[in-house]
Structure formats: C-alpha cells, structure tokens
Design a binder for this molecule. Structure first.
Ligand SMILES: Nc1ncnc2c1ncn2[C@@H]1O[C@H](COP(=O)(O)OP(=O)(O)OP(=O)(O)O)[C@@H](O)[C@H]1O
Length: 342
C-alpha cells in the first residue's frame, strides 16, 4: 500500500493540534489553530511572511512553548513529553544548520551522536540516506565545497538519519534557484514514497504547495481554509478572466453594471472576474467594454484556471506576494529564529 493510500485510512492522526496559541507580548502570532495530520500525508502550511508558520512549527518541534492549547506528535504531548517528541521528528529549517568545516559524513555522525544512533546502525543508515539524496559520492567532501542545493539535500539526509515519523520542513527551498527547488521537491516526494513518513511543510510558494495532499491556508495566525489543493481551488469557482485596461476603475464599474459580477484585483493590479465559462464570457465582456457610448481601451484579456494564489486572495482579500520578504527581512527573520532557539 502506498503512503498516499495509507493517508486518511482512519488511523489515529500523527499530529493533533487543538487551540494552539502563541503570543509575543500583545501580538498573537498563532491564534487558536486546530488541525490533524494523517500518517503518511504531505501536509502544508501556506501563508505570507509573518502569518505564523514558523511559530507553529516551532511549537510542534518543542522549540517554542505554546501560550495555550495542545499539540500531540506521534502520541506525545509537546509540553509534557518534549524528549519523546524530538525523537519522533526530523527538522529542516530555513537557515542552513550544517558545519561547513566538516565533511558530509562527519555532519551526519555528529547528528547520530545527538540522537544516540548506534555505530553500526549509523554506518548503514548514513550510506542509505546519502544515497537517497544522491550524495553518496560526496560523503567525504567538506561541506564548504557544496552548492546551496547540495547542502539542502544533505540537511534532508540528516533529518532522516534517525528514522523520524514526521519530517518538518520550514520553507525548505527558500533562497534556492527554481531548478534546484524542483530537484529538492522531487527528493522530498520520493522520500515519502520510500520511507512512508509524514511530511509537514511550510511555504509561501504557491506552486510548491500543490504537491501537498492537504493544505492549511494561514493568515494573521489563523487557519482560514484547510483542504486538498483541488478542493481549495474549487472554492474560486470555474474560470478566471483577467482584464488589463487603460482605465481600470472604469472597466471595473462597467463589468459590475453589465454583468452584476464581483470584480477583484489580482497581484499585479489586473481585474479578476470569476465566471463559469470564460470562453463564452469574453466576447460579451468585449462588447460591454467597447459599447455604451464610451469605449474603454483594453490592453489584454486572459483566461485561466484558478491557482492557490487566487484562493488566498479570495479568502484574505490580499495577495501572498505583496508581503514577500526581501533578503534583508529574511535575514532578520533568521537571526530572530536563531536567537529564539539559543
Ligand atoms: N521572537 C519574537 N518576538 C516577537 N514577535 C515575533 C517573534 N517571532 C515571531 N514574531 C512575530 O510573530 C508573527 C509570526 O511570525 P512567524 O515567523 O511565525 O511567521 P511566518 O509565517 O513563519 O513568516 P516567515 O516565513 O517570515 O518566517 C510575526 O508578526 C512576527 O513578527
């Protein structure tokens, strides 16, 4: 039975979260979230920077204490049994956590010592996980000589060394180029097939969230929707027609008056109209925009299927990309997380 069919078979969830809350002073970073993750599932947290993804993962991994609420990982309460939780999980965080003066093998060895993996088991397992991420021939190379993608693969191998039941990945591809990002995801999906483990990941890249079995969309510390990517996209309806025009306000008003349909703004300021059949709607739209005594100059009209970005905009009223962090902001976040963990 593949892990995909194992998911949702009625077994006890591997992660159970009830009313989980974390406050920093007056700010409620995570605001009473509830969800369950099934064994063998790829479960994603999707939301903009600052939505509360890292804080949630921090609590599930026992690095941050919840202000209130409960989280049970592989049957262990994160507050009452943190040691058991840590043995059940692997972590891959945004910031690299390898020692680049050591070889790949030595980095794994250090991790095995922390997790009490016996020496014979370590040798077998280290060879296995390095093979999984295509680094077997670089085992004795110093990590300093590795590319960003190789380092991330080694971190994945290290996260798997002690055979965790759940692997947590916080923005595992941030800062990598698109090709390397695709490779990393291929490894992650293969791993689920090979190891049957549960993956909990956070991302603000919409296309990456598509690989999840289910996604929780999080905004301002709250889960605003939780479902499969397909079901989430169905919330947006049929087709999306995009309109770019010289007078966007005028075009918006004309569409509302002519069709009585709601009009939203897309991430680049374009108009978005949800319709059942876009191919039939566009000719009527052009007639409406050209007619009525005053033609509105149209720059382009597009037709596409809804994406997770559209779902996010529909649910929250704002775009994920608007809040994407620049390098400076990301660096500040990393420094803050390091300090929090220190
Ligand atoms: N140690 C801290 N002290 C005060 N506020 C914090 C702290 N850590 C996080 N926050 C705030 O809590 C909120 C949630 O942050 P969090 O890092 O969990 O978001 P995120 O969705 O993971 O974003 P990112 O992808 O940027 O890490 C933000 O408003 C952030 O500024």
């Amino acid at each position: 039975m593949s892990p995909r069919t194992m998911a949702g078979d009625g077994a006890r969830p591997v992660i159970e979260v009830r009313g989980l809350t974390r406050r920093y002073g007056l700010l409620t970073a995570v605001d009473g979230v509830d969800f369950e993750v099934r064994d063998g599932e790829i479960f994603g947290f999707l939301g903009p920077n600052g939505a509360g993804k890292t804080t949630t993962i921090g609590m599930l991994c026992t690095l941050l204490r919840p202000t209130s609420g409960r989280a049970i990982i592989a049957g262990h309460d994160v507050v009452e049994r943190p040691h058991d939780v840590r043995r059940s999980i692997g972590l891959i965080f945004q910031e690299p956590a390898l020692d680049d003066r050591l070889t790949a093998w030595e980095n794994l060895k250090f991790h095995a010592m922390l997790y009490d993996v016996p020496a014979a088991e370590f040798r077998r397992r280290a060879a296995e996980v390095l093979g999984m991420v295509d680094l077997a021939d670089r085992a004795r190379s110093v990590v300093r000589t590795f590319s960003g993608g190789m380092r991330r693969r080694l971190e994945i191998a290290r996260g798997l060394l002690h055979r965790p039941r759940v692997l947590f990945l916080d923005e595992p591809t941030i800062g990598l180029d698109p090709q390397t990002r695709r490779h990393i995801w291929r490894y992650i999906v293969d791993l689920r097939q090979q190891e049957g483990l549960t993956l909990f990941l956070t991302t603000h890249y919409m296309e990456e969230a598509e690989i999840c079995d289910r996604i929780a969309i999080i905004d301002h510390g709250r889960i605003v929707a939780l479902d499969t990517p397909d079901n989430l996209k169905r919330m947006v309806g049929g087709d999306l027609v995009t309109v770019r025009a010289a007078d966007l306000d005028g075009a918006e008003e004309r569409i509302r008056q002519s069709f009585g349909l709601p009009v939203r703004r897309g991430p680049e300021g374009e108009l978005l109209v949800e319709v059942e059949r876009g191919d039939r709607f566009i000719p009527q739209l052009m007639t409406a925009l050209n007619g009525d005594g005053r033609a509105i100059e149209v720059h382009s009209v597009g037709l596409r299927r809804p994406t997770l970005e559209d779902v996010f905009v529909k649910l929250t009223g704002h775009a994920i990309r608007d809040e994407e962090a620049g390098p400076g902001e990301l660096w500040r976040t990393h420094v803050a997380m390091r300090r929090r963990r220190a």
